[in-house]
Design a protein around this ligand. Structure first.
Ligand SMILES: [Zn+2]
Length: 101
């Protein structure tokens, strides 16, 4: 969201200063300006890990580091949904991790 605001602010600051003299701080032309939201929406979703409820930045294949591991282990589908036997796979992964540590 911060990115989107920053872009909008940058766009508005392009409005020539004479508008401020005419409208006493109001810039009518700037109000009509509509930011190109569709492309922003796509970017926003791409900045989030594909796993449910995860707000990490994606590192690989749309997943954060941890969930990319889950995806590799077959715990998550490419869309970020849990596998049918998620619990079983999760426990076997944790067991393997503990043995490796
Ligand atoms: Zn994640």
């Amino acid at each position: 969201m911060a990115d989107k605001k920053g872009t909008l602010k940058a766009q508005l600051s392009v409005v020539p200063p004479q508008y401020e003299k005419q409208g006493g701080g109001q810039a009518p032309e700037a109000k009509k300006f509509t930011p190109p939201t569709p492309s922003n929406m796509i970017q926003l979703s791409a900045h989030k890990c594909a796993a449910e409820d995860c707000k990490q930045k994606p590192a690989r294949a749309g997943f954060c580091d941890e969930h990319y591991n889950w995806f590799k282990e077959g715990l998550l589908t490419l869309e970020g949904y849990k596998a049918k036997d998620f619990d079983k796979k999760y426990h076997s992964m944790m067991r393997r991790k503990q043995q490796a540590a």
